[in-house]
Design a protein. Structure first.
Length: 313
């Protein structure tokens, strides 16, 4: 039987917990509300420990040897080597939290933690849209804009474990302040809150959603909706043109809620890269949608453990 891994994907709103095989199959998944435990980090940590124990007991995996390891993805900067959460922008009270040590001591199972987009990148690279490529950028588009890099067949974390932050590449010399403290970052122009703010102004509707905006473009060919998605794609494409010139990837994989906009968004991204990037690099890269959807964080958490334990297969 395949080895089983306990996978945890911490989100700002909800946290997914699952059992994953080494072949990337999610056997079981459950959820807890992150928001319910945000008043104190210990509340959320204790909830993670409890749901993990409950899951193992329910599936007769109480023995420490029954689980190969625990992988945890978190929405913020993580010191992968030390197992410390630097901070979580959307979950308060987590500054300098030694989460790896806490979980490992409580559950007596090898534990590894990393940034959530790094974990999604691992999953898409091994089992999703990046399979077979050695140089990829995985980009998530949602409230924030995140990125992960695989270079020469290895996840690249950078000198301080913070590589891949394409959402915080400046688009202009001057512009809006970003949540990261920077100025005119890509995220300040293409995060879903900004897109919805623009859409609500143009459509004069305060309740329009991203799903409706995508539907207006894809199915109803609404000119305003198409304009919004094309302009969003052009801004993303400008930043990715620079990434393509510097990094020369084979594939750029784009996921997250905003990526569901489909052909108008992706078409504008591809066209802008072809126009703005150098010919050798732009002709080598494919821009494709992510494949693994909601399970990417859980599958990636399993791969994080395999990487940490140097498990093969």
């Amino acid at each position: 039987m395949d080895r089983l891994f306990l996978a945890i994907d911490v989100g700002g709103t909800r946290t997914k917990v699952g059992l994953v095989s080494e072949k990337g199959k999610v056997f079981y998944r459950t959820y807890i509300s992150t928001r319910r435990y945000v008043r104190n980090r210990n509340l959320l940590i204790n909830a993670l420990i409890k749901v993990s124990r409950d899951l193992m007991l329910k599936h007769n995996l109480a023995s420490r040897k029954a689980i190969a390891g625990i992988g945890i993805g978190l929405p913020g900067p993580v010191n992968y080597a030390r197992g410390i959460v630097d901070f979580l922008p959307n979950i308060p009270h987590w500054k300098n939290t030694p989460l790896k040590k806490i979980i490992q001591n409580k559950l007596k199972i090898p534990t590894f933690i990393d940034n959530d987009v790094n974990i999604i990148t691992l999953a898409e690279w091994k089992f999703g849209a990046g399979k077979g490529a050695d140089n990829i950028l995985c980009m998530t588009l949602g409230t924030g804009v995140g990125g992960g890099l695989v270079i020469e067949g290895k996840l690249y974390r950078g000198a301080s474990f913070a590589a891949g932050e394409v959402g915080h590449v400046p688009v202009n010399e001057k512009g809006p302040r970003c949540n990261c403290g920077g100025t005119a970052c890509l995220e300040s122009y293409v995060g879903n809150r900004i897109i919805l703010k623009t859409a609500r102004k143009l459509f004069k509707k305060t309740d329009i959603t991203l799903e409706q905006l995508s539907d207006l473009a894809a199915r109803k060919r609404n000119a305003l909706a198409i304009k919004i998605w094309r302009e969003t794609g052009e801004k993303i494409g400008i930043v990715l043109s620079g990434v393509v010139n510097v990094f020369n990837p084979e594939r750029i994989i784009i996921g997250g809620g905003v990526a569901n906009a489909g052909s108008y968004l992706f078409g504008a991204i591809r066209a802008t890269i072809l126009k703005r990037a150098m010919p050798s690099q732009s002709s080598a890269v494919k821009v494709v949608p992510a494949r693994l959807s909601d399970d990417a964080g859980l599958i990636g958490a399993m791969l994080l453990v395999k990487e940490g334990l140097k498990l093969k297969g």
